[in-house]
Write a protein that binds this ligand. Structure first.
Ligand code: ATR
Length: 290
């Protein structure tokens, strides 16, 4: 937030339901303050039936930009003037940017994950990837990894049909047999001559379910080079502990959260957030988890 709200302050915000636990105001108001920008970021609790009115109202009020979170990321698309190609392919928008005649929708979640990985010196290009889970987030992750040169992508899910549906869709998109689908139990059959980049996208292990892990078998963790859990609360999930215990590197989803915010902030304000500031905001986010 700028130091003083005045007649020139521009408004940003996040629409969600619920929205009360969001960390986005902390990220954006700190960025604005540090960069000396006269913008203010607010949470907006928007019920499903009010979503289209909220988008129109935001436009009428001159709101500069909005984030969109659960459960509105797909539904918001029909109220937009334009949509970015990546967001269209993913089918989910988390950022609205003001353009002539309305808002343009972007997805900064996947670019956010990619930037977090780059920052953690994790290379997607050429990686053999395992995705745990086959929900909406897993689908977006599979797409992002396919577009960024992963050597192979194997999706393991409790409900195998959902993994199959994602694999078929992605293979049609990239026009090759890159993505394969399996049941969770098939993790025991993974090729043991390789090491994997593993992305944990299920909600198993998320606070308050902190002692659970989607796959317990220690033999699997010996094959994990890098493990990303998209959960950030708790700070270290059981999945991450198991990756570490077997000698791999593990990360939580907090940096993805940070960078999806930073990329949105850069789109709205046409600035580049320097690395030192990104790390400063990251430290504040870490503190807020304790
Ligand atoms: P998101 O949009 O965050 O991806 P989602 O679409 O609800 O959320 O997907 C949740 C994922 O977590 C799914 O892959 C789900 O498995 P199913 O497709 O079999 O439902 C997975 N998941 C949730 N609880 C699970 C559990 N107890 N064990 C294994 N997988 C679980």
């Amino acid at each position: 937030m700028s130091k003083m709200i005045d007649g020139k302050t521009r408004v940003l915000g996040v629409m969600g339901c619920p929205v009360e636990h969001t960390k986005s105001p902390a990220i954006h108001n700190m960025l604005a303050q540090e960069l000396g920008l006269n913008v203010c970021y607010l949470p907006f609790h928007v019920e499903r039936e009010d979503l289209q009115d909220a988008v129109k109202g935001a436009l009428g009020l001159g709101i500069l930009g909005l984030n969109v979170t659960v459960p509105h990321k797909s539904e918001v698309i029909k109220g937009l003037a334009d949509i970015d190609d990546l967001a269209k392919e993913i089918g989910a928008v988390n950022t609205l940017v003001r353009v002539d005649g309305g808002f343009k929708g972007y997805n900064t979640d996947m670019p956010g994950l990619l930037r977090a990985m780059a920052d953690d010196k994790v290379t997607v290009c050429g990686a053999d990837v395992v995705i745990l889970g086959a929900g909406g987030v897993a689908r977006a992750v599979a797409m992002m990894l396919a577009k960024n040169g992963a050597a192979s992508i194997q999706i393991f899910n409790r409900t195998m049909e959902k993994a199959q549906a994602i694999a078929e869709e992605m293979n049609a998109l990239v026009k090759q047999d890159l993505v394969k689908a399996f049941a969770l139990a098939d993790l025991a059959e993974l090729d043991r001559s390789k090491k994997y980049l593993v992305i944990q996208t299920t909600n198993v292990g998320m606070d308050p379910d902190c002692n659970s892990c989607v796959w317990e078998d220690p033999a699997f963790y010996e094959l994990v080079d890098v493990g990303y859990d998209l959960i950030y609360k708790p700070r270290e999930t059981v999945f991450m502990q198991k990756v570490k215990a077997a000698g791999g590197r593990s990360y939580n989803g907090l940096k993805m959260l940070l960078y999806q915010g930073i990329i949105a902030f850069e789109l709205w304000n046409q600035v580049q957030v320097p690395d030192e500031l990104a790390y400063k905001v990251y430290d504040k986010l870490l503190e807020s988890l304790d």
